[in-house]
Design a protein around this ligand. Sequence first.
Ligand SMILES: *Cc1c(COP(=O)(O)O)cnc(C)c1O
Length: 356
Amino acid sequence: MKVPLFDMARELAAVRVEIDAAIAQVLDSGVFIGGPEVAAFERELAVATGSAHAIGVSSGTDALHAIYLALGIGPGDEVVTTPLTFFATAGSAARLGARIVFADVDDDALTLDPHAAASVCGSRTRAIVPVHLFGRLAAMPAVDVPIVEDAAQSLGTGAPRGLAAAYSFFPTKNVGALGDAGAVVTGDAALADRITLLRSHGARPKYHHVAIGGNFRLDALQAAVLRVKLAQLATTTATRRAHAADYRARFAAAQLPAELRLPGHTDEHVYHQFVIRTPRRDALRDHLRAAGVDTEVYYPSPLHVQPCFADLGYRAGSFPIAERACTEVLALPIHPTLSEQARAYVVDQVAAFFAR
Ligand SMILES: *Cc1c(COP(=O)(O)O)cnc(C)c1O
C-alpha cells in the first residue's frame, strides 16, 4: 500500500468544478491584480478568522514581513521567537535588520515556552512571535510587547489573540492556493491600513509614495481559488480532527512502548500535521518508507544553528528541548482524503516497527 503525506490531486478533484468556474470568472473579468475577488476573499477570511481586518498578500513569508515592516522593526530592534519553526518566522525579521532572540519550546506542546520567551525580553524587544506549530495554538506570553502570531499552520483555530496573525496558503497548508499566497489578519484598524499601504509600494494615491513598501499583493486568480477552498475549511478541519482521534484510538489499542510519544491534544488543534516522537525516529522513518508510507521531519534542524544565524552567538546546546525534538519528530499522513484503510495501515506499520 502507498500512503502519500499529502494528496493534492484528490483534494482538488473534490472541488474541481467550482475551481474551474472561479478561474474562468477571473479570466472573463480581465482583472488579475486586486479587484473584487481579492476584496471578497478578504471579507470572507475576516469572517472565518473572527477578526475585523484581513489583508491578502503574496505569501505567508510576505505576511510576516509586512507585519514586521508595518511595526517599524529594523536595526537595533529584537524579535523573540522559537527556534522550532520554518525559516520565514525569523528570516522575515532578520532581513529588516532586526536581531533574532530565540527562546526554547515547551517539551509537550513543541511551541514557544511563554516563560522562556518572557525571560529574554528586554528594552529592545519589539515583537514576540509564537508559532502555532502543526496547527496547535501556542501559549501567549504575558508581557507588554506586541505579539505577532505565525498562524501559517493554524487556519481554523479562531480569532488572533495577539496584535496580528500571518497566514500562509502554500498549496499543502490547511487551505492551499494553486501557488503562493498569504494573508494578515488583525483587529487593529491602523495596522491593517498600514499593511494595505505597504503591500503596494506605500503608494497613496497611485504614484505618490508615502512609505517604502514592496509588492506583496495577492493575485485575483489565487483569491478566487482560495474562496472555494475557504468555504470547505470547516469540513476539512473536522475531518483532520476525526483522523487524529482515530489515530489516537488505534495507537492506544496497539499498546506501543512509552518511547513513542503522540502529539498532545487540545480542543482547538487543527492538525495541520500529526507529529509523533521517538528517539529511534530515523529507523522508524526508514521502516515506514520501505512499507510505502511517506513521512516528513519538521524540522531537521533548529533555526539557532543555521549557518546564516551564526553571528547571533548560539550553539548546539543553547536550546536543548528544540534540539532534541528535531531528532525525534516525525509527521504522519493526516490529509483530509486519507482513508480509514490507510490510517489502519500506518498504525500497523508503526506497531510492526516497535515489535521488531
Ligand atoms: C509555510 C510557513 C511559513 C511561510 O509561508 P509561505 O507561504 O511558504 O511563505 C511561515 N511560517 C510557518 C510556520 C510555515 O509553516
